[in-house]
Write a protein of this length. Sequence first.
Length: 193
Amino acid sequence: MSDALDDWFVREILAHEAALAGYLRRCWPHRDELHDLRQEIYVRVYEAAGKSLPAMPKSFLFATARHLMTDRLRRGRVVSIEAVGDLESLNVLVDELSPERWCGGRQVLRRLADAFDRLPRRCREVVWLRRVEELPQREVAMRLGVSEKTVEKHVAKGMRLLADHYHGDAPRARPALARGPAARRNRDGQQAD
C-alpha cells in the first residue's frame, strides 16, 4: 500500500505544489513559517489518505491548508495558562464576586431594565434593535418603516432618557419656543417691537 500511496501522493498532491506555495504566500503572514506549514499540510494529507483516499485530492489539499492556517491562528490567540498563572507577580488583583457585588449588579440591572421599560414604545424598539441586537441603522429603518434619520433621533433620545433615568436626573425641561404674535409680548404683557 505504501508504494501505491506514494505514487498517488506524487501524482495527485505534489503536482499542485506551486499552486499551494502561492496560496500560502498570499494567505499566511509569517514568511519564515511557510516551509514548515507546507510540510505539515503534506503530512496531514498523507496520513488522511492512508486511511481513505479523498475523492477530490486538490480540493482536499487546499481545505487542509485552510484548516491548518485557521488552527494556527486560533492557537496563536490563546493565552497560555502558565503565562498568567502567577497573578500576584503581575500585581493583578483577583476580584472575587462577593454577595454585595452580586446583589449590587442585580440592582443596577433592574434599574436599567426599569429605565428601558419607561422609554416610549417606538424609541424602545429602535434602541433595542440598534444597541442590543446590534442591527445596522439602515436595517432598523427598513424593518420599522421609518427613515434612517428617524432611527438616529430615536437612538439619541432613548440613550438620553436612559442616562437621565439611570443617573437619577429629572427629565430636563426644555424652554418652549414661543411662536406667533403672543411670542413678541414682554413680561408686562406689552407687545415687543
